[in-house]
Design a protein around this ligand. Structure first.
Ligand SMILES: Cc1cc2nc3c(=O)[nH]c(=O)nc-3n(C[C@H](O)[C@H](O)[C@H](O)COP(=O)(O)O)c2cc1C
Ligand SMILES: CC(C)CC(=O)C(=O)O
Length: 387
């Protein structure tokens, strides 16, 4: 029995212990519990997706269509879930997806998440739209592994400044999110007239940046806050970017780069041809193109197109350890967990996030072993059957 699955015994022996009783072992209950805890606006922002939310539902339905076929008598006494992805070692192939504005879910926001992730050894991917600066989050995470997610702004000098700051603060890999140069039609937020950024939440990396400050006439204070928010709106995303612009990223970032938001095999191929180190198969949790295919349905085609020439990561719909097994079997090297840890944050701060991460790791290990595997790389399409 490994340290990860020991968490299961610990719960049997001591109950959920130091964590709040409302934290469930069934992680699919997190959303309902978080709804009771959060304001309607914060909950709507986290749980909501684009349009009629058909793609958000499709993301989950795709997991249900695949079933694991357990194999017996294969000596699974010694399990090893550890992985190395884009030069980062981790105890299990799980990263914390970039999620902006975490202070709307808990006052400790990204700092609590960084501490919880570091205590499990799992990497965070810090959003440009975080509610704390990348330097503050790096300090909170200490020795914990960290990647930086870039929202590529219109102002190239600002983009360079973000990359230089991330490098200096110890972020080792760069994730560039391509699918959100502008916000999609999100009815839950529209109906509540809620956009945290307009209230100056999620702008910490911008407001603290010397290039941004120069553009708004100096440090951001009450006097120029409205100007700063409007400048954020004007520069946040760049819809004119093309594949040719990736050269610019390479010039300004010497570590590994992964493109997030890839759904089409041809785009995955272009990423490889452009010298990218990884792709993240993601539809942003159904928050951008409503009616888009389920991210899990995009995964096998992307993995085949990449053909082992770059890392393939996956997100959009991961809720349990068994979901992780399915994504790994369909070609992902690692997954990014997103909404579940935000709900853990809402319910229990740092301890809540740690709870979610430990449950996911333990459930992944147990599902892997009980279905006849010792390591994630033993999983493949033959592990699954379409139901
Ligand atoms: C509240 C919220 C904020 C998010 N913020 C970002 C962000 O700042 N950068 C980014 O690349 N993705 C962001 N995402 C998308 C996640 O990284 C991830 O792709 C998505 O949530 C996966 O879907 P799932 O949560 O349903 O598994 C956000 C998602 C949510 C729910
Ligand atoms: C638009 C971003 C700043 C945040 C985000 O990615 C999201 O809300 O999905």
């Amino acid at each position: 029995m490994s340290a990860l699955a020991d968490f299961q015994n610990e719960i049997y022996l001591k109950g959920l212990g130091d964590v709040r009783p409302e934290l469930p072992a069934d992680l699919t209950r997190l959303e309902g519990l978080a709804e009771r805890r959060l304001s309607a606006q914060a909950f709507g922002y986290a749980a909501g997706s684009a349009g009629a939310e058909a793609t958000a539902r499709a993301n989950r339905a795709a997991f249900d269509r695949w079933r694991i076929v357990p194999r017996m008598l294969r000596d699974v006494a010694h399990r090893d879930l550890s992985a190395e992805v884009l030069g980062t070692a981790m105890p299990a192939p799980i990263l914390l997806a970039p999620i902006g504005v975490q202070s709307i879910f808990h006052p400790d926001g990204e700092l609590a998440v960084a501490r919880a992730a570091a205590s499990c050894g799992l990497p965070i991917v810090l959003s440009t739209a975080a509610s704390a600066t990348m330097e503050e989050v790096a300090e909170a995470g200490g020795e914990g592994p960290r990647w930086y997610q870039l929202y590529w702004p219109k102002d190239r000098d600002l983009a360079v400044s973000f990359l230089e700051r991330a490098k200096a603060a110890g972020y080792t890999a760069l994730v560039v999110t391509l699918d959100t140069f502008t916000l999609a039609w999100r009815p839950r937020d529209l109906e509540q007239a809620y956009l945290p950024f307009l209230r100056g939440i999620g702008t910490a990396n911008y407001f603290s940046d010397p290039v941004f400050q120069k553009a708004v006439g100096g440090p951001v204070t009450d006097a120029n806050r409205d100007t700063a928010v409007l400048h954020w709106v004007a520069t946040f995303g760049n819809p004119s970017l093309t594949w040719d612009d990736l050269v610019f990223l390479r010039e300004h970032w010497d570590g590994p780069i992964a493109l997030k938001g890839i759904q089409h095999p041809d785009d995955a191929r272009r990423a490889v041809d452009a010298g990218m180190d990884g792709v993240i198969v993601s539809n942003h949790g159904g928050r951008q193109v409503d009616g888009a295919i389920a991210s899990l349905d995009a995964l096998p085609g992307v993995a085949a197109a990449v053909g082992g020439q770059a890392a393939v990561l996956f997100d959009s719909g991961i809720r349990t350890g068994s979901d992780i097994v399915k994504a790994l079997a369909l070609g992902a090297e690692a997954v990014l967990v997103a909404r579940p840890y935000v709900y853990g944050l809402a319910l229990g701060g740092e301890a809540g996030v740690r709870h979610v991460l430990r449950c996911l790791q333990a459930e992944l290990e147990l599902t892997l072993a009980l279905s006849g595997h010792r390591r994630p790389d033993e999983l493949g399409p033959e592990t699954l059957q379409r139901s």
